[in-house]
Unconditional design. Structure first.
Length: 397
């Protein structure tokens, strides 16, 4: 039997590798397997994360009784700075700003109504009267200055529904921040002025809008990825039959092309529908970032970056289809910003820097824009705030 002589890199003794062993190694790293691995990493993993987000939010939820505003209780605004001093929420490595607009004195305690103007977020929180052990997320300065806190809020979207989140944790008097962990998630068909006036209820709530749109989006992506899987299997098998080897870059390009959300030659109104579905997916990812800690937070950031890359690419395709760019400019932009290497780098960069970006946005001048939001409506100002968030995040991705 013929043998191939292979020398070790460390200049140690040579070893003999039979042609059969080489053949087994080649058979393991076949073109078909390379394509399927890339398909899983680039396609199936983000789809699993998106489905996980959808299932968490579509489940009916119920607001904790102690956070629901009782009927016939008057709003109060006297001494709000002293009675409702919290200025922000720390969760999932991100600090989120809010301001108190009014409060209610109830039997359960003082319910403070909060608003995050640039995100169209509304909710209530209550702080206990006795000191408690500080949250694990709180700094050392909060060890002897923490009180039990409960909170819920709704995050308005571009559609007629809002994301719901309930939080338990501690309030630190040192930095006036609530440090919390997720206690409940959901969605509810409410937005605009109705959301601003909502005080909660004792029954179960859910969003039929989100259930419908989310189901359509998940099914559409599942169909696209099934088509991509079949294409990868067929192309990989054909390459193996012809003895053609695929490098990693070629496999990545092929998988990306088979996972296109919009077909080549699609009309722009098709892309507008996909654009809306993508934005809704990004909104759910953005909101779930607040609710995710530790390892799953990084996975959620990757899903967020993946959807952002798809959004930017879809917008470019719409501009490209309108013929606004000459050929030289179009190719330059496409190669520089929308190559597959840039897309992967952007998704990784988004996962690494997104928490710092969101925190910096909460510390920006937008946190003091409550009066503007009340003047133009929270819904409109929420669109402006989310647009600014997506624009800056898109620059990263």
């Amino acid at each position: 039997m013929k043998q191939a002589l292979v020398h070790c890199v460390n200049e140690g003794p040579s070893r003999h590798l039979t042609n059969q062993a080489i053949r087994r190694n080649d058979e393991f790293a076949t073109a078909e397997r390379k394509l399927l691995v890339m398909w899983f990493v680039l396609g199936l993993a983000p789809l699993i994360l998106q489905t996980r987000s959808f299932l968490k939010f579509v489940t009916p939820h119920k607001v904790t009784t102690s956070l629901v505003v009782p009927p016939n209780v008057d709003q109060k605004t006297v001494n709000m700075t002293e009675l409702c001093p919290a200025l922000g929420l720390q969760m999932a490595q991100v600090w989120w700003n809010f301001e108190t607009t009014h409060y209610y004195d109830t039997q359960q305690g003082r319910l403070c109504h909060i608003v995050s103007p640039q995100y169209n977020c509304h909710g209530n929180y209550v702080v206990g009267t006795e000191k408690s052990k500080a949250s694990s997320q709180a700094p050392t300065s909060c060890i002897n200055n923490s009180f039990v806190a409960e909170m819920y809020f709704y995050h308005g979207t571009i559609g007629f529904y809002s994301f719901y989140e309930e939080i338990t944790g501690t309030y630190c008097t040192t930095d006036r921040t609530i440090y919390g962990r997720i206690a409940g998630l959901g969605t509810f068909d409410i937005n605009g002025s109705l959301l601003a006036r909502d005080g909660g209820s004792h029954g179960y709530r859910m969003s039929y809008w989100f259930a419908t749109v989310g189901t359509v989006w998940i099914l559409y992506r599942a169909i696209v990825f099934r088509r991509s899987y079949v294409s990868c299997k067929r192309f990989g098998r054909k390459c193996d039959e012809l003895g053609e080897n695929l490098d990693l870059n070629t496999a990545t390009v092929f998988v990306y092309e088979t996972m296109r959300l919009s077909a080549h030659g699609a009309a722009n109104y098709h892309r507008v529908v996909l654009l809306y579905l993508l934005v809704e997916g990004i909104m759910s990812d953005l909101f779930l970032l607040v609710a995710t800690d530790e390892m799953f937070a990084w996975l959620q950031y990757i899903s967020f970056g993946y959807n952002l890359s798809g959004l930017v690419l879809l917008l470019f395709e719409m501009i490209e289809n309108m013929g606004w760019l000459n050929e030289r400019t179009r190719l330059c932009i496409k190669r520089l910003l929308f190559s597959y290497e840039s897309s992967l780098f952007g998704e990784l960069l988004s996962a690494i820097g997104q928490s710092h970006f969101l925190t910096s946005l909460s510390h920006s001048d937008l946190k003091d824009s409550g009066s503007t939001a009340r003047a133009v409506s929270y819904y409109v100002w929420g669109l402006v705030g989310h647009g600014r968030s997506l624009t800056r995040a898109g620059d990263m991705a």
